[in-house]
Design a binder for this molecule. Structure first.
Ligand code: PLP
Length: 389
């Protein structure tokens, strides 16, 4: 028996299915495709980290952990945040281990957003942001970013979007899909706005270890910000641990305790073996991060130069592992371009409009795939352009 559409909650009906998923479903039926569609490291989790996970299971650590996550992992996260940012978080009640940053973003919304509250977020942005805001009953307020500014977020544009209903600013820094980072002076400007208007900032920094040519700056380090920032980070990208599903939240105690309430009633805790693997990653994974970072940098330099050479203007990514070429001059929509490229040349990319209206006319091409595959993708894209433009 079919279910009537009206049976679904309105806020769920409001959210469009992920444009990325749609392409995955097609790609899975085409083995000869070079996929630049997936935002996921092609590396396998480093061996010592995998062993730690296996060891955890073999030793019989098969029960729930504390809702917060294991204290060993939280202490290690606190020590790392102090080392990296000189930020002091209490491991006992200001850090919580989550099922990836995905859960952290959702928790931040469900814990702080009331129906009608506005959440400002740069456009284009990670696909889950808009959905999570809507699931929580909030109103997404996209603030466009532009290629002319390397897709950098500008505090002046955030300021223009603030209304009496604004509750939160949700940032992805570095950004998926553009690879942009937010300049320090703009972060300072955004921090001032947050303090002045009494706003919370949720800062998704899952690519914080994948920044090229500069050091990552967290907005939590800006004056007055630790007390109003929900810092979200995790293990998926830095340690090639997407399938383990571990992330964390660091936030002031009154916010974290409230997030814990939502987390404990929906998730209980992140997987135990995954937490023990994450602990090993933090304790002994630094060299792995460096090796993978340098390889992404090598691939990104070649790939982005290649895209520009074959006629697709592309900003230099400053973080993450995405190129975001413009296809405006081709006269095709990003959706039509992606679909034709997939069927004619067997190269999968994601239409930029999947990440917001400001992404229309761009493609997201992930360069977390092998160097020679990226070279071959460039050959195919160039051939495609020659036959269509
Ligand atoms: C910006 C951003 N945030 C969060 C996530 C999800 O990360 P996790 O695997 O930690 O849930 C992704 C995954 O692609 C992402 O690109």
């Amino acid at each position: 028996m079919s279910v009537k559409r009206e049976v679904l909650a309105q806020r769920v009906r409001l959210v469009r299915p992920s444009g990325i998923r749609k392409f995955f479903d097609i790609i899975n039926t085409m083995p000869e495709v070079i996929s630049l569609g997936v935002g996921e490291p092609d590396f396998v989790t480093p061996e010592h980290i995998r062993h730690a996970g296996v060891q955890s299971i073999l030793e019989g650590h098969t029960r729930y952990t504390s809702n917060y996550g294991t204290i060993a992992l939280r202490e290690e996260i606190a020590a790392m945040l102090e080392r990296r940012y000189s930020l002091i978080y209490n491991a006992a009640n200001e850090i919580m281990v989550t099922v990836g940053v995905s859960e952290g973003v959702d928790l931040a919304m469900r814990t702080l957003i009331d129906p009608g509250d506005e959440v400002i977020s740069p456009d284009p942005g990670y696909v889950a942001y808009e959905a999570d805001i809507i699931f929580a009953g909030g109103v997404p307020v996209p603030v466009p970013t532009y290629a002319e500014h390397d897709f950098g977020v500008r505090a002046s544009e955030i300021a223009a979007a603030i209304t009496p209903r604004t509750k939160m600013i949700l940032l992805g820094n570095p950004n998926n899909p553009t690879g942009a980072i937010i300049a320090r002076h703009e972060l300072e400007g955004i921090a001032k706005l947050a303090v002045e208007h009494d706003l919370i900032v949720a800062s998704d920094e899952v690519y914080s270890r994948l920044v090229y040519g500069s050091d990552h700056v967290s907005i939590a380090t800006m004056p007055g910000m630790q007390e109003r920032t929900i810092l979200l980070d995790g293990f998926s990208k830095a340690y090639a641990m997407t399938g383990w599903r571990v992330g964390y939240v660091a936030a002031p105690v009154h916010i974290l305790e409230a997030m814990l309430k939502v987390h404990q009633y929906t998730i209980m805790c992140a997987g135990t073996a995954a937490q023990e693997a994450a602990l090993e990653a933090l304790r002994h994974g630094e060299e792995d991060v460096k090796v993978m970072h340098d390889e992404y940098a090598r691939r990104g330099t070649m790939f982005v130069e290649g895209l520009n050479r074959i006629g697709l203007p592309t900003c230099k990514p400053r973080g993450a592992f995405y190129a975001f070429p413009s296809i405006h001059h081709t006269g095709m929509t990003d959706e039509a371009f992606s679909e034709k490229l997939l069927f004619e040349e067997k190269v999968a990319v994601v239409p930029g409009s999947s990440f917001g209206n400001a992404g229309a006319g761009y493609l997201r091409a992930a360069y977390c795939t092998a160097y020679d595959q990226l070279e071959e993708a460039l050959v195919r894209i160039e051939r495609f352009l020659k036959s269509h433009v």
